[in-house]
Write a protein that binds this ligand. Structure first.
Ligand code: 0A1
Ligand code: ZN
Length: 851
């Protein structure tokens, strides 16, 4: 495989494209090993620059012929592209190239998956298809003709002429090449229609391979229609083509892709039936379908000027899909899930891979599809909204689309829209985009009683952001801290307020009838780590009383994390947390989904991170033992209430994947999990009686986590051997619940099974993502976890550099641990870096992690 030269690209070097494109016409003559691509591209000089250099990106296509204005041309073709001396006026460029989709195991460009042709062009896959200015600020309307005997031939936009062996498509909306898509294969549609608010009928279809997958599209279609209606109601944004197609593909590097009018999905985030997908997967499908659909405006109609601006489309679109999920499910529960996702971002921010939401340089842009760009990017939009208010946000977004429709823009343009529409954006908000690292906000209080009764309460907040790679010093950023002040009976003493901490420190005073318990950072109002001296009693008080569900959950979480840290240092479990959880489990008032989230203990990685934050080197074995001991203590404290809780939460109605039923099943599963530690029988029975995959996986996980379940696991594997996505779960559970000293060996043995396929990223993630998720196993003192991971990353890198680079992030916390473990992890990273023919993608990641 040809690799582009590994040179860093810098935001500061941005220059406008010398040539713009008025029109693109493509013909694809499909053949698995020798596809011909004929392009006709109308170029015109860009009036915004004097530069007339003509260079097209190209990574792999073999040039067969090329012409300028009809006359044969002889361009210079190098590894990274094609150059020629252009005429000094608009001209027509024509090329014919040949590519080999079957040999494309990188899953970028045009490739084959189970006999189907499909494409992935974000970020720089189009250049693997043909020569083109493959940058997002070059936008053009595309016309595509596909020639093939395959029955279904799809591309972007609206369908045009079609006949035996060909189909044409026209996309009138100018788009960058990264949004190009083509799919061809033996596919069947699940169809529906959506009528837009202005009365246009849109033909919807989800395409799958013929067979069982055909019956697993209904939920995706329903989610799509809900999302289309929601975007009209919430943002006044309607769909803009006659058709909207979604295709399910088994081999795909990421979740899904928002190609204009032709979304391509990893089959794991689109196909679902009660028997083959869990509640969580249904929820993910709903969110991802919405996310890709919302990109039609935030990303496609208004796109990014360059890849440094990726958060412009991703942060905003994640925020929009979060708002959607909050509306169609439980807002409180969704917010807690988002905060949990942000823990992954905090981990990234605390390690060698920390980077700003808008990075300043990259080697392989695909390495920047990160939690920071996506998740933290969404938090920045949320903070902007909370600062300017709902109306200000609505006005700003209206202006954004009015001003920038059809353009490729920057974060400066985005912030300018907020300034122009509202006039109230804090001066230094832009720092959130340019500074990496998670701010630490410390809170201190003072209480001065008054003789007349009550007193003055002073709250002092200060912020500090730790150094991150390449950024030793940080300036203060505007931080909205949503705050409540609670009385001893749990009532709010004043109306909740958003305190905006703009400088390094700030102070607020309140006249109050009694000394309050502060409830800070309600709703996770800013992506910061709050530091406050609080005792367990106060946390238990907030867990029991805080009216803000996020703050309530967070108090419980803190309580558990602190306890686990103490236990990892040798302390015994005390009874405060088990009793608090028991009280919550038996309190019928809160939503079952919320109670289930509260019952889940922090992960071993969370505890390791907390210890590291305190300046200690976490011992993975001690953390594992502590968490196991606490789980048992909680089980025992709840022993008498667990069967009742499980019985009360058992769903007997026909399966629905909605928030209500999923919440009940989640709490049922949590109870079953604790129960299994004391008695395996209920989980064994639940496994046999399960009527859907959610119950089946909950029961099997409960058994495996309690050291049982070998027979059930074998039964599961046999029954699901023909179902790729369900079998992924089996692969994953084997490793996830293996004893720490066996985890690496289990992963290795699974990867050598015939069902393991290095070309399928889902399967790789199932095994090696689970190895990283087995904290004490991956970080086992023997170093076997590190060695096995390195071995398989290298094998994967030879086929699929992007996927290998992503999975290498499993090493990002290696500096936390003791010198011995660090030496072993460092050696594994060195072995990766020394490998012959290492891809630039994996080299960049392993190098950054090792530094
Ligand atoms: N834009 C997609 C994610 C995506 C990014 C890169 C890909 O290939 C390297 C594929 C998909 C989204 O946000 O859903
Ligand atoms: Zn996206």
């Amino acid at each position: 495989m040809k690799q582009p030269a590994a040179q860093a690209v810098h935001l500061a070097d941005y220059a406008p494209p010398p040539w713009l494109v008025d029109e693109v016409h493509l013909v694809f003559r499909l053949s698995p090993q020798a596809t011909r691509v004929l392009s006709r591209i109308r170029f015109r000089p860009n009036p915004a620059t004097e530069d007339r250099t003509f260079r097209l990106d190209g990574d792999g296509p073999r040039l067969v012929r090329c012409a300028v204005d009809g006359a044969e041309a002889a361009p210079e073709v190098r590894e990274a592209g094609l150059t020629l001396t252009p005429p000094d006026r608009p001209f027509l460029f024509e090329a014919e190239v040949e590519i080999d989709p079957e040999a494309n195991t990188a899953l970028s460009g045009l490739y084959m998956s189970n006999g189907m042709f499909c494409t992935q062009c974000e970020a720089q896959g189009f250049r693997r298809i043909t020569f083109y200015p493959d940058r997002p600020d070059v936008m053009a309307p595309f016309t595509v003709r596909i020639e093939s005997d395959l029955p279904v031939l799809l591309s972007n936009g609206n369908p045009g002429a079609a006949g035996k062996g060909f189909a044409e498509w026209h996309d009138p909306h100018p788009k960058p090449a990264y949004l190009f898509a083509l799919v061809a294969g033996d596919l069947v549609p699940q169809r529906d229609t959506f009528v837009t608010s202005d009365g246009r009928a849109v033909d919807l279809a989800v395409w799958t391979r013929p067979g069982p997958d055909e019956g697993r599209c209904a939920f995706a279609i329903k989610s799509l229609k809900t999302a289309m209606r929601w975007d009209e109601a919430a943002y006044d944004l309607a769909y803009d083509l006659d058709v909207f197609n979604i295709v399910a593909v088994d081999d795909f590097n990421m979740g899904a892709m928002e190609n204009k009018g032709l979304n391509v999905f990893n089959s794991s985030v689109v196909l679902a039936s009660p028997a083959t997908a869990t509640d969580d997967q249904f929820a993910v499908i709903e969110a991802v379908v919405a996310h890709e659909y919302f990109h039609n405006w935030t990303g496609n109609r208004v796109t990014c000027r360059d890849w440094f601006q990726l958060c412009l489309k991703e942060g905003l679109t994640v925020f929009r899909d979060q708002q959607f999920s909050e509306d169609v499910r439980s807002a409180a529960v969704e917010r807690i899930r988002q905060a949990l996702a942000m823990r992954g971002q905090f981990r990234e921010d605390a390690g060698p891979l920390a980077h700003p939401v808008r990075p300043e340089s990259y080697v392989a842009v695909d390495n920047f599809y990160t939690a920071t760009v996506y998740e933290k990017g969404a938090e920045l939009v949320r903070m902007l909204k909370s600062i300017v208010g709902d109306e200000g946000y609505r006005d700003a977004l209206r202006l954004y689309f009015a001003r920038h429709d059809g353009q490729a823009v920057t974060i400066e343009d985005w912030l300018q829209v907020f300034r122009d529409a509202t006039g109230t954006v804090p001066e230094h908000f832009g720092r959130w985009y340019s500074q990496a690292g998670t701010p630490r906000v410390t809170a201190e209080e003072e209480w001065e009683p008054k003789e007349s009764g009550g007193g003055t309460y002073t709250l002092r907040l200060a912020q500090e952001t730790p150094p991150t790679p390449g950024q030793p010093c940080k300036a203060p950023m505007p931080i909205p801290v949503r705050t409540g002040l609670l009385g001893a009976d749990g009532s709010e003493l004043v109306e909740e307020r958003v305190l905006l901490l703009e400088e390094a420190a700030g102070e607020w005073t309140f006249d109050l009838p009694e000394r309050p318990v502060p409830s800070l950072l309600r709703g996770f109002s800013a992506p910061v780590i709050l530091r406050r001296e609080a005792d367990d009693a106060e946390r238990a008080f907030l867990l029991a009383n805080d009216p803000d569900p996020f703050a309530r959950w967070e108090a419980g979480r803190r309580l558990a994390t602190r306890l686990l840290c103490r236990m990892a240092g040798g302390a015994r479990a005390d009874d405060a947390l088990p009793q608090a959880l028991r009280a919550l489990a038996t309190d019928d008032a809160p939503d079952p989904a919320f109670r289930a989230l509260c019952l889940a203990l922090p992960s071993e990685d969370d505890v390791a991170q907390a210890l590291h934050d305190d300046g200690a080197a976490p011992d993975p074995d001690a953390v594992h033992a502590a968490r196991e001991a606490l789980r048992l203590a909680v089980s025992k404290a709840m022993e008498d209430v667990l069967p009742g809780l499980r019985g009360a939460m058992r769903v007997t109605a026909p399966y629905r994947p909605d928030a209500e039923q999923s919440g009940r099943r989640a709490l049922w599963g949590a109870a079953l999990g604790y129960e299994a530690l004391l008695d395996a029988a209920p989980a064994q029975a639940a496994y046999c009686e399960a009527t859907n995959l959610t119950e089946e996986i909950a029961a099997l996980s409960a058994l495996l986590a309690a050291g049982h379940g070998a027979a059930e696991a074998e039964d599961f594997r046999e029954r699901w051997s023909d179902e790729r996505l369900v079998l992924d779960r089996w692969f994953s559970l084997q490793v996830r619940f293996a004893a720490p000293e066996k985890a690496a060996g289990t992963a290795e043995a699974l990867a050598r099974r015939p069902e393991f396929d290095l070309r399928n990223p889902n399967r790789f993630r199932a095994v090696f993502g689970a190895l990283a998720g087995n904290h004490a196993g991956f970080h086992n003192a023997s170093g076997a976890g590190y060695d096995t991971m390195a071995d398989w990353l290298l094998k994967l890198d030879a086929l699929n550099p992007q996927a290998a680079a992503r999975m290498s992030t499993t090493f990002e916390t290696w500096r936390r641990f003791d010198p011995d473990r660090q030496a072993r992890a460092g050696a594994a990273l060195d072995r990766i870096l020394a490998a012959k023919d290492l891809s630039p993608d994996l080299r960049e990641m392993a190098g950054r992690i090792r530094d």
